[in-house]
Design a protein around this ligand. Sequence first.
Ligand SMILES: C[S@@+](CC[C@H](N)C(=O)[O-])C[C@H]1O[C@@H](n2cnc3c(N)ncnc32)[C@H](O)[C@@H]1O
Length: 249
Amino acid sequence: MTRHGRQNRRRLLSKGLELNEHTLSMRLERVAAHVPAGARLADIGSDHGYLPVALARRGAISAAVAGEVALTPFLSAQRTVRDNGLEAQVSVRHADGLAAIEPGDGITAVSVCGMGGETIRAILEAGKAYLSGQERLILQPNGGEQPLRQWLMDNGYRILVEEVLRENRFDYEIIVAERCEAVSYSAEQLYFGPLLMAARSPAFLVKWRRMLRQKQQTLDNFARARQAVPEEKVREMTRQARWISELLG
Ligand SMILES: C[S@@+](CC[C@H](N)C(=O)[O-])C[C@H]1O[C@@H](n2cnc3c(N)ncnc32)[C@H](O)[C@@H]1O
């Protein structure tokens, strides 16, 4: 589990709000909402297997694969599936990324959630051969959305739905994409999300007001830093702060 995940879990435990396959976090509940009814889902990096098990318990999917690269979460997912008597419907596999998918699975949706956008991108890039191109991708990056959207565009995916939500003091984005004809997004659209940017929801605006404050603080720190900060880093941060200011008007 990432530092972000551990912090989040500690906070939930301290509030007596640890979630499970019966009650998903709001974040996973929103991810679940984008899994088509009757899907054959591959949930990559499934940890406890809460998402596929909750969906199978509700009769919302017809089958699932829960893939985990790390042994402890793999065993935990196996336990969740066993405790719910879902062994026939949910296969738990100890595998790196999309290698959890086997040709006979007939997967129609792939979820990769709760990891950095760069990690999700690396999983998609390394595992392209396991995708037929017919699957819906439901991605929930913790940061690093821009490189993930870039990968989607470069690989012929159109973004169908985007959401931003705030839970336990973290902003989360959900990106749903499917393969289609070539699509082109501008640099700003890749940064903010083409649909989020157009919709300008209250949660989106709150997120970017907060991000602007953080960037301005970082730029102030760069200016005061005794050691030189690489020029390229300052230029990139300045450009992002300008984009955010323009977006917020
Ligand atoms: C923070 S947890 C998120 C769990 C769940 N998907 C969620 O959103 O709540 C990330 C999980 O991804 C797993 N993971 C990271 N890289 C992976 C990879 N290449 N293949 C499979 N699992 C991976 C980690 O072991 C960890 O259990």
